[in-house]
Design a protein around this ligand. Structure first.
Ligand SMILES: NC(=O)c1ccc[n+]([C@@H]2O[C@H](COP(=O)([O-])OP(=O)(O)OC[C@H]3O[C@@H](n4cnc5c(N)ncnc54)[C@H](OP(=O)(O)O)[C@@H]3O)[C@@H](O)[C@H]2O)c1
Length: 342
């Protein structure tokens, strides 16, 4: 569900070395259905020709010419009808409700199909409910790509810190604002900085989503859901972005040996609650959150292990496609069915 930058890159992985790794592990993976927003949709139980699908979509065409069987008119119908074992939900994030992605995920799980997603919406807004549904159906709901692309954040805690209690976290989670702040530090004007980041293909189509802190807030809520067991809505947390931040303040901070970054913070509270906030913070240069250049840094605070930091150099489509691949490998290895998360 979704055949944009991430979906198409993932389909390339299947056609190359990563597909060979799956085959050598004994798995034959084919894509039997694709839904898009404006480029049609297609089901073919024998497997769709992925290179042709990419060419069609990249040329602005429609996938519908490849469809076999009775016509299918909307995404939910495709999810309900596609002959499949796993659904990848990689449609765009809607930061205020997480829909329609949550409906797509629920429809797949209700059918007894495992779901892998890089979409933060279902994780931030509905993780506990979707995971409970997955458990009832005996399938997996995996979402490693939802925060920090392919960097193993959720798996780090689940697999490497089993039983440890995460008491809170601090993170720089939005690459666009980090890169804009780095440009401002170097004396580039705010508008020029945004243009440079957009030219690099990092910023969201709607820059307000990054600049006003929505992206960081949704990621913080996704992390809080998975690591703190807390259900917090992104629109309910104190949120300030970097829009309107005086570039002089950024330059002055740098002169004093400090750095301004957009930081998401969370603290576990009793009875499944957590306190979250997102806003610009002035950090000393030796704070790991101020490390540059980097697209993301997350410091997990734990009860016994102390602080554990994970650092992302340059994130993006490749890493996110890899996150889907790693979740698929985990599912195929039986993880999703035997040991659903949560
Ligand atoms: N790009 C990254 O580096 C990255 C990193 C981490 C997480 N993610 C997440 O991964 C997801 C995909 O990102 P992306 O960069 O691939 O986005 P994208 O390039 O904008 O692609 C989105 C895809 O979803 C399709 N779509 C839109 N509405 C749909 C609907 N109702 N039903 C089915 N398909 C629909 C679009 O179709 P049309 O083009 O035809 O409208 C397009 O194929 C997003 O949730 C994003 O937040 C992305």
């Amino acid at each position: 569900v979704g055949f944009g930058s991430v979906g198409r890159r993932f389909s390339e992985l299947l056609g190359g070395a990563y597909g060979r790794r799956l085959r050598s592990a004994g798995w034959r993976v084919s894509v039997t259905a694709i839904a898009t927003g404006r480029h049609g949709m297609a089901i073919d139980p024998r497997g769709l020709p992925l290179a042709r699908c990419r060419r069609l979509v990249e040329a602005g065409g429609s996938l519908t010419s490849l469809h076999q069987g009775p016509p299918v008119s909307h995404t939910l119908e495709l999810v309900r009808r596609a002959p499949a074992d796993v659904v990848l939900e990689i449609s765009p994030l809607e930061p205020r409700s997480g829909q329609p992605a949550i409906r797509h995920v629920r429809a797949a799980l209700e059918r007894g199909l495992s779901v892998i997603t890089a979409n933060k919406g279902p994780v931030a807004f509905a993780r506990a409910r979707l995971l409970a549904l997955a458990r009832r159906r005996g399938v997996g709901f995996l979402h490693e790509g939802a925060v920090m692309d392919g960097i193993p954040v959720f798996n780090l805690v689940e697999r490497c810190l089993p039983g440890a209690r995460v008491t809170g976290f601090r993170g720089v989670l939005n690459a666009t604002t980090t890169r804009i702040l780095a440009c401002l530090e170097a004396g580039v004007g705010a508008e020029q900085a945004l243009r440079e980041v957009q030219a690099a293909g990092i910023a969201e189509a709607d820059p307000g989503f990054d600049l006003d802190g929505w992206d960081a807030a949704v990621k913080a809520c996704a992390l809080a859901a998975a690591l703190l067991g807390a259900r917090v809505r992104p629109d309910a947390i104190p949120r300030r972005g970097i829009r309107g931040l005086d570039p002089e303040r950024v330059v002055a901070a740098r002169r004093r040996g400090r750095r301004i970054r957009l930081v998401a913070e969370a603290r576990r509270r009793e009875r499944g609650r957590a306190e979250l906030r997102v806003g610009p913070r002035e950090l000393p240069l030796d704070d790991v959150l101020a490390s540059a250049p980097s697209d993301g840094v997350l410091v997990l605070e734990t009860d016994l292990v102390g602080d554990v930091a994970i650092w992302q150099g340059r994130g993006g489509v490749d890493q996110t496609a890899y996150a889907l691949f790693s979740d698929l490998m985990a599912l195929l290895a039986g993880d999703g069915r035997r040991f659903p998360r949560g």
